[in-house]
Design a protein around this ligand. Structure first.
Ligand code: PAJ
Length: 281
C-alpha cells in the first residue's frame, strides 16, 4: 500500500490510475480503524479496481476540544489493517495540508441538520461536509462508502454531492456490531469495562422498540426508551428520535411516513455513542 501525505502527490498518482481506465473506490475515515471501517474497505474492494482510504482527524467537526484531544489515534495498527485488506493507497495528510485555514464552509442542508446530531453538535455537519467535499475534489472517486451507523451524516453527504454536482456515487453500508449488539465505533475503546457493558443497552433498547413499533404509539415508544435509560447511572440518553428516513424530520404518528428510522445518542461515562435502527421502509 502506498502512503501519501500531500494533495499534489495523491492527485498526480490518481490521475495516472484514471488514465489507465481503472475505477476508484474511496473510504474516508478518522482512523482508529475497526471492523466497521474494514467492511467499507471490503465493499470498495469488491466494486472498484483501485481502493483509497483516507485517515484525517478533522478538527472542524469536533464541537468539544476535549473530544478532539482524546479521540483515539492508532496509525501503526491502522496501516497494518489496511495492508491486510489490500487497500491500494492510504491518504494521510497533515492538518496544514488539509486545512490551511481552519474555517468550515457554511452549507445549506435544507433542514437535514435541524435535529439530532445537528441540534446537539453545533457546527458539526458544516465541518464534516467541508472536509468530505474537499476529499472528494482531491480523490475524485467514482464511488465513496459510508456507514449507516452515522445515518444523518450519510443523508447529508448524499445531499451535498447532489447539490454540488460532485460526480461520485455514495454507497451506504450496514452497521457492523460487536457480539452483544453494540455498534462498532472508534470511541468504544475509551469505555471502561463497566461502561462497555452498559453501552450494550443502546442496541438492546433499539431492538426492543422495533418489536413494539407495530402496536405502540410513537409517544409510548419514546416514554419507554426514556424510562429504560433513567434506570442507568452511567448511560444518559441525549436524544431519541423517530424520523423519516429521507427528510430526517421527527414523526408524531406512524402514518406520517412509510420509511422510518429510530436514531439515538447516549452519553456513557464521558463517551458519546450514536446508533439507529430502521423500523420500516
Ligand atoms: P469515522 O467515524 O472514522 O467513520 C468513517 C466511516 O466508517 C463512516 O462512513 C462511518 O459511518 C463508518 N463506520 C463507523 N463505524 C461503523 C460501523 N460500526 N459499521 C459500519 N460503518 C461504520 O465518520 C467519520 O469518520 C467522519 O465524519 C468522516 C466522514 C471521515 C469525515 O471526517
Amino acid at each position: 500500500m502506498l502512503i501519501i501525505n500531500t494533495i499534489e502527490e495523491v492527485r498526480n498518482h490518481l490521475a495516472k490510475i484514471r488514465e489507465k481506465g481503472l475505477s476508484v473506490g474511496f473510504v474516508p475515515t478518522m482512523g482508529a480503524l475497526h471492523e466497521g471501517h474494514l467492511s467499507l474497505i471490503r465493499e470498495a474492494r469488491k466494486e472498484n479496481d483501485y481502493v483509497v482510504c483516507s485517515i484525517f482527524i478533522n478538527p472542524i467537526q469536533f464541537n468539544k476540544k476535549s473530544d478532539l484531544e482524546k479521540y483515539p489515534r492508532n496509525i501503526e495498527t491502522d496501516i497494518n489493517l489496511l495492508n491486510d485488506e489490500k487497500c491500494d493507497v492510504l491518504f494521510y495528510p497533515s492538518e496544514v495540508e488539509m486545512l490551511p485555514t481552519t474555517k468550515a464552509e457554511t452549507f445549506d442542508f435544507g433542514g437535514l441538520d435541524q435535529f439530532m446530531e445537528g441540534k446537539f453538535r453545533s457546527g458539526h455537519f458544516n465541518g464534516v461536509a467541508t472536509i468530505v467535499k474537499k476529499l472528494f475534489e482531491i480523490i475524485e472517486p467514482q464511488r465513496a462508502y459510508f456507514g449507516m451507523k452515522d445515518y444523518q451524516q450519510l443523508v447529508i453527504i448524499h445531499k451535498i454531492t447532489k447539490d454540488h454536482n460532485l460526480p461520485v456515487e455514495i454507497i451506504p453500508c450496514h452497521t457492523i456490531r460487536e457480539e452483544d449488539g453494540l455498534a462498532m465505533s472508534s470511541r468504544n475503546q475509551l469505555l471502561s469495562k463497566s461502561e462497555r457493558k452498559q453501552a450494550a443497552t443502546i442496541f438492546k433498547v433499539l431492538k426492543m422498540i422495533k418489536i413494539h413499533s407495530g402496536f405502540s404509539t410513537i409517544n409510548e415508544i419514546k416514554e419507554y426508551v426514556e424510562s429504560q435509560f433513567r434506570k442507568s447511572k452511567t448511560a444518559k440518553l441525549e436524544y431519541f428520535e423517530i424520523v423519516d428516513m429521507y427528510s430526517l424530520k421527527p414523526l408524531k404518528a406512524w402514518a406520517e411516513s412509510n420509511n422510518v428510522i429510530a436514531c439515538t445518542a447516549v452519553q456513557v461515562g464521558n463517551v458519546r455513542l450514536i446508533d439507529n435502527i430502521i423500523l420500516f421502509s
